[in-house]
Each structure stands twice: as structure tokens, then as C-alpha cells.
Design a protein around this ligand. Structure first.
Ligand code: SF4
Ligand code: SF4
Length: 149
């Protein structure tokens, strides 16, 4: 499943996978069991109670974390506890799709899949908590001056 019908990595040389932009990828609660015991992904780090896998920008694509599969969308939980889909604003500076902020250019099956996954995840208390936390971080980004660039 990809965000566009064409390979968006050709737009930006796969900027979201470039390790220079971050310290790894968040795992959803419980997802670490999929990665432990696989030397390729270990060590799994814990930062502020969140599990994170390092990546060197060349992962085994069919093993990539859920966060990467959902990206550039995220199943957002509003302060009123409602689910919607939003672009993952913390990566706004590097992702052309997030900058465009236009759902119409996204592949329908990708959007539907992210929506369906969001509905499933929110039934799990730990995942819901994680989604709430990430959603507040997304909210905070909208107040940043660089979001207007
Ligand atoms: S940064 Fe955005 S446009 Fe580039 S590969 Fe990642 S999702 Fe696609
Ligand atoms: S884990 Fe894979 S898909 Fe995710 S950012 Fe790293 S290289 Fe990209």
C-alpha cells in the first residue's frame, strides 16, 4: 500500500527514510514483539516510554513498522476523542505530500486502509493512549512558524 498511485519517493529521494532526519521510528504499543529477536532491527530503544527502532534508510520494506506504513497520514484523535485522518505534521519540513496537505491526491485504497487501521487501533487502550499523545504533538506543530513555509 502506498500513498500515491505512483512512487512518491521519486519526488523527494525518499526523504522520510533518510536517517539524517531523526533517531528512528516509533513503534505502536506491543509492536516490538514483531522486531525483537531480529538482529537487523535490534536494539529496540526506549525513549520516554516509547519504543523506537533505528533505521538506516534501507529497511526490509515488508517488515517496516506500522508508523511507516501509515505515513504520511496518521489516525488522529481530537481532544474531544474523535478519530480522523491528518497529515503527520512533525515531518512537514521534509515531505512534499504533507506540505501539499491535499487528500485528493492520495490513493483511495491507502486512505481507506489508514482509516480502517485507526478504527481497529483505538479499541486497544495502549494504542489509543499512544495515538492521543502523537495527536497532541501534531497539534503543537501547527503552532510552529515553520509550518507556514
Ligand atoms: S517524504 Fe513524503 S513524498 Fe517523500 S517518500 Fe516519504 S511519504 Fe513519499
Ligand atoms: S523503517 Fe524503513 S520505511 Fe521506515 S523510515 Fe526506516 S527505511 Fe523508511
Amino acid at each position: 500500500m502506498t500513498p500515491l498511485l505512483v512512487d512518491c519517493g521519486e519526488l523527494c529521494q525518499k526523504a522520510c527514510c533518510d536517517p539524517k532526519w531523526g533517531q528512528g521510528v516509533y513503534l505502536f504499543p506491543g509492536e516490538e514483539v514483531m522486531f525483537s529477536g531480529k538482529s537487523y532491527w535490534e536494539p529496540i530503544k526506549t525513549i520516554s516510554d516509547r519504543k523506537i527502532v533505528d533505521c538506516d534508510g534501507n529497511c526490509k520494506r515488508d517488515e517496516r513498522p506500522l508508523f511507516c506504513r501509515l505515513f504520511p497520514l496518521f489516525p488522529y484523535i481530537s481532544p474531544e476523542n474523535e478519530l480522523s485522518l491528518v497529515f503527520y505534521s512533525p515531518m512537514h519540513p521534509i515531505c512534499p505530500l504533507i506540505k501539499l496537505n491535499d487528500f485528493k491526491i492520495l490513493a483511495d485504497d491507502y486512505v481507506e486502509a489508514v482509516k480502517k487501521i485507526g478504527k481497529i487501533l483505538l479499541k486497544n487502550e495502549d494504542c489509543l493512549k499512544f495515538m492521543r499523545e502523537i495527536s497532541r504533538e501534531i497539534d503543537a506543530c501547527y503552532d510552529e512558524p515553520w509550518m507556514k513555509l
